[in-house]
Design a binder for this molecule. Structure first.
Ligand code: ZN
Length: 278
């Protein structure tokens, strides 16, 4: 919720507008979002396995020391934990990697892992007036979705992979077990797991009744508060989108696209090995 409310900050939006590629006339939403993704991944944001030592300008001799609570200065930009490293190339220089959540700060640091990537890309989508979701799979990966008005459906977006509309890539390409995938927007929270699994009936069985009911009641409680802030028109649009989405989930064919079979691209080999992805 904090992330999404950051997106409404006008200064953040102003700075984003200054740097993103402009939408060309007659450009479809699909075309424009793909263009944004390409620019973001290739010309703007960078992946950070380990931070660079500012003295050596390299991450070659950096070793991990600990993760600690962020200091006051880092907290100003919504960093709550900071990874601390030491550079062995220059006699133990301490290098800090605060995990910032403030999009305005990320515009400046231009680096991070999937959390930072998805956070800032969500802010960019929001600034371009797309309905935007921040998606969390609770197995340590996050990404975005945006609502494509022309196609009347939510589209999966993973900016660190430059992925557009390939929701099965985590299960089929990365080999991850997906159980709970939840999307947050400024209007509601939705369990969107069916979009990300090939065979929903198998996954549904994996989710215990307790988990299922707890999740439902938490989501309902948050949504009831959020809906109170919406106008009748917004509520109607929301329920239209939700009905369509339910239909989409129910009519899934189980086909897997070629692009959904590719393994993870982002992160170094060592980093992925540590996480058990290869
Ligand atoms: Zn150094």
């Amino acid at each position: 919720m904090q992330l999404i409310s950051n997106y409404k900050d006008l200064e953040t939006q102003k700075r984003i507008k200054e740097i993103i590629p402009k939408r060309k006339e007659n450009s479809t939403s699909k075309k424009y979002v793909k263009e944004l993704l390409h620019w973001y991944k290739n010309d703007f944001f960078t992946w950070c396995n380990k931070p660079k030592c500012p003295l050596c300008n390299s991450d070659k001799n950096i070793i991990s020391v600990e993760t600690c609570a962020s200091n006051e200065e880092e907290k100003q930009y919504q960093s709550y934990r900071t990874e601390v490293y030491k550079c062995q190339g220059c006699g133990g220089n301490e290098v800090r990697f605060p995990r910032y959540n403030s999009p305005i700060k990320l515009l400046e640091t231009k680096t991070g892992r999937c959390g930072e990537w998805a956070n800032l890309f969500g802010a960019i989508l929001f600034t371009c007036n797309f309905k935007t979701r921040f998606v969390n799979n609770y197995e340590d990966h996050v990404w975005n979705e945006f609502y494509n008005e022309e196609e009347k459906r939510w589209i999966h977006i993973d900016s660190c992979e430059e992925a557009y509309d390939t929701p099965l890539v985590y299960e089929q390409g990365w080999g991850r077990a997906m159980t709970f995938i939840v999307a947050t927007s400024d209007e509601e929270i939705v369990d969107i797991t069916p979009r990300y699994v090939k065979d929903w009936s198998i996954i549904k069985e994996r989710r215990s009744d307790i988990m299922e009911n707890t999740l439902k009641s938490v989501i309902n409680k948050i949504n009831n508060d959020l809906y109170m802030k919406l106008s009748d028109e917004e509520k109607n649009k929301l329920s239209e989108r939700r009905i369509k989405e339910k239909e989409e989930f129910e009519s899934k064919t189980g086909n897997v696209k070629e692009e959904e079979k590719i393994p993870r691209q982002s992160g170094s080999e060592d980093w992925k090995k540590e996480r058990g992805e290869i």
